[in-house]
Design a protein around this ligand. Structure first.
Ligand code: GDP
Length: 468
């Protein structure tokens, strides 16, 4: 643990690996899916409302967990055309899965659809396992259909309905996925190590917003820890602080301005300085004087959005905001006004405070913890897909001028090899048509995801893949 090199961590699995189950209808994909998911197999028959629930599940029978996806349960149903349907499913599987589990019916033997699927799947470079299903007795095996001619290296005869050789299948999948039990703990080690590092909070905002006052209020006496290194030019001063036993590092752009004795603060200078601090930060605290919100505030906000950084909006000088009004009305009025001024930053928590008076400083840390916790608990792939499928069914989107409806096949949150301390969700949609999906529709989908996963402070990024 101690010699863990933060800049050069050992390779990690990027996510729980995904196994896609592919096969023509009636070969027993759902039964196999349920067996692997460890569910009772009462719901193998499709009923409305059942389909969506069997899209994605986690199999915990191997030495490490992996996800399974029934490609037949998702996306668009192409009426009357098995060929097109299975082709779409095969391509989806090849795109998103780490391993493809190709299921055929050992009793019925090979059909033209199976052969077509095999032809497509042979192109994949991903590991592929052939499961010959419905082989629950020796007698059936005697039929001896020649599945070897499909040309797949790994094959196994199973019976999903009777639970025959499921453990062997799980073992084979685990082997081909190269699952390692130790990997989990290494991931946990890395997380613990990273959590021990102070969270970097950049305090940015235009001159006179109250940044120095906030730094002074937060750092208090701890400020004396700062020692300046002579002769170095930096864009900001980093101040280590502790709050409720947790370590933070304030990136203080205001302090630097004082040091540099720049009295006439040229706007470009401040925004350059701010950009550098924003890039280094785990979370940006954008400070504004709420009694006087200006263009320059929105400009700094837009840099944070461009840099796709987690953000909290600090509405400072709350004591000066309509002091004559009742407290409840003041808060409401402020939140409403800030929501309008920073309409492109609605994902950020808004905190009203008074740095000078030392009021509501605790709320700043509360918001920081919320952002951190939201980022640490993204929804699972199954939940994400269910949320989006439901939203799309309720309000179908259209693509471009063609007006064709948008069909979601599969959605996932991208996992990075070396995620930043506060990972920003990158949502990947696999769709029937990727082109010209309207921005406003993505914003609608974002709102929907946020009903299930509020993710305060985290900007969403989108990638839509599919035919154009
Ligand atoms: P900076 O340029 O962003 O670092 O801003 P300063 O911290 O130097 O604050 C600018 C001015 O605003 C100073 O006169 C502060 O005393 C005042 N100020 C800061 N915070 C507050 C606040 O919450 N309420 C009021 N009334 N004044 C504040």
């Amino acid at each position: 643990m101690d010699d863990y090199d933060i800049d050069n961590p050992p390779p990690l699995p990027t996510a729980t690996p995904m196994v896609a189950i592919v096969g023509r209808p009636n070969v027993g994909k759902s039964a196999l899916f349920n067996r692997l998911a460890g569910r009772t197999i009462a719901i193998v028959h499709d009923r409305p409302g059942v389909t969506r629930d069997r899209l994605i599940a986690t199999c915990t029978k191997a030495i490490a967990p992996f996800d399974i996806m029934d490609t037949g349960g998702i996306g668009e149903k192409i009426e009357d055309d098995f060929y097109q349907q299975v082709q779409a499913e095969a391509h989806l599987a090849m795109d998103v899965a780490d391993l493809i589990l190709f299921v055929v019916d050992g009793v019925a033997g090979l059909t033209p659809v199976d052969l077509e699927l095999a032809r497509i799947l042979r192109k994949t470079t991903k590991p592929l396992v052939l499961a010959i299903n419905k082989m629950d007795s020796e007698k059936r095996r005697m039929h001896g259909v020649d599945f070897a001619k499909l040309g797949f290296e790994d094959s196994i005869e199973v019976s999903a309905a009777h639970g025959v050789r499921i453990d062997q299948l799980v073992g084979l999948l685990g082997k081909r996925l190269q699952l390692k039990p130790a990997v989990r703990s290494r991931e946990a080690d890395r997380e613990t190590f990273i959590k021990k590092q102070p969270l970097k909070l950049a305090i940015v905002g235009r001159p006179n917003a109250g940044k120095s006052s906030l730094v002074n209020a937060l750092a208090g006496k701890q400020r004396t820890i700062v020692s300046d290194v002579a002769g170095t030019t930096r864009d900001a001063i980093d101040i280590p602080i502790e709050h409720r036993g947790r370590k933070y590092q304030l990136i203080d752009t205001a302090g630097m301005r004082r040091k540099a004795k720049i009295h006439d603060e040229v706007e470009t200078f401040s925004s350059m300085q701010a950009t550098k601090s924003i890039k280094r930060a785990d979370i940006c605290l954008l400070m504004v004087d709420c009694s006087n919100i200006t263009m320059q505030d929105r400009k700094i906000a837009s840099i944070i959005v461009e840099q796709q950084k987690p953000c909290i909006l600090l509405l400072n000088k709350f004591d000066l905001f309509h002091p004559g009004m009742g407290q409840k009305d003041r808060v409401e009025e402020l939140m409403e006004q800030a929501g309008r001024e920073f309409f492109f930053m609605r994902h950020a928590p808004f905190v009203a405070l008074s740095a000078k008076e030392g009021q509501h400083l605790d709320k700043v840390f509360k918001a920081v913890v919320q952002v951190e916790e939201g980022a640490a608990n993204p929804p699972g792939t199954g939940v994400l897909n269910r949320l989006l499928q439901r939203a799309i069914e309720n309000a179908p989107g259209t693509t471009g001028r063609s007006g064709k409806s948008f069909k979601l096949l599969y959605a996932t949150i991208k996992k990075e090899d070396k995620p930043p301390r506060i990972p920003v969700p990158q949502i990947v949609l696999f769709a029937n048509r990727a082109d010209k999906l309207q921005e406003s529709y993505l914003r609608h989908l974002e709102d929907v995801i946020r009903t299930g996963w509020p993710a305060p402070g985290l900007p969403f990024t989108w990638e839509v893949r599919g035919k154009t």
